[in-house]
Design a protein around this ligand. Sequence first.
Ligand SMILES: [Zn+2]
Ligand SMILES: [Zn+2]
Length: 374
Amino acid sequence: MKFKAAVLRQSVLPRPYASSRPLAIESVEVPPPAAGEVLVSIKAASLCHSDLSVINGDRAWPLPIVPGHEAAGRVEETGPGVESVKPGDHVALIFLTQCGECEHCIEGRPFLCARGTQANREGRLLGGGPRLRLGDEPVHHHMGLSAFAEYALVSEKSLVKIPPDLPFVQASLFGCAVMCGAGTALYTAGIRPGQSVAVFGLGGVGLAAVLGAVTAGATRIIAVDPDERKRVLARDLGATECVASDGIVGSETVRELSQGGVDHAIDASSSLDGFRDAFEATRRGGSTVTTSLVHPSQTFSFPLARLVAEARTIRGSYIGSCVPGRDIPAFIGLFRQGRMPVDKLVTRTLPLERINEAFDALADASEVRQVITF
Ligand SMILES: [Zn+2]
Ligand SMILES: [Zn+2]
């Protein structure tokens, strides 16, 4: 079948994207679902910093590619052997398959799924591909999903069934922002009741980390960002204090507020400065956790003796250390009880045709979550 998709042929085009138009809306084609595959009509797909990193070249992906990895939709057709979903079911998409067979999946850490990681790097689906075509030319899948399109052909292991009455715009957030943010607070950092937390960078992931810290029972949650609108939102979500940062200096204020540093400093800034701030705002014996996927050329160094003498922990968090099949239903449950109001992360919705302009807003950090609706 043929449908509209946002195709990236060349990365690192100049800003503004509204003029250079890195994403072209084109008519792509997919075959019917093969064994273990599912055709999903995309109803909502949000923009995430990882999509921007495809467009600005911070992360290298095979081109051409259709980006988009945070989405929800409805199952239209299933391939042979698919039993977990049927046509009509509503699903949230997950950007790393849980193959269930590799060493990481077996040890209960599907966020490291080896087969899924390999397929993602090659821009194909778990079962092969790429399946997308533009005329005779193959088009790559972004993280097994390619959700900036009217339809997505995905592996059965790239989705989680969700309640049919959950609005798609909100449902789209669970696959990346919510798992990456709330999961980082709850699982990677492992915040305990009564602990102190600082979150650097209040995009979708950072604000979801604030929600995770609230859920974990943190009693001091300091939210750091240069944008006042985002700080106000963080306070609304449960941050106890907010700090205006120019992107370089936030740690000193956090150290003052917390009398020497916080138990957990979470960097969700997508910048090296944000990580440095988080590191310096961590108390002796505390943990610094980062979700930032910065350009691979960026490095961070510090006196090694500090790691030992200050008994520090530094951790990277991928997909918030979540198990999607367990955690997406859990977070949806918390959302529906009003205890994790992720709907407040959405600051605007747009049609697919305005996607380049939406990436300008993402690059300017002027919105939180923007959702493309179909
Ligand atoms: Zn993402
Ligand atoms: Zn696996």
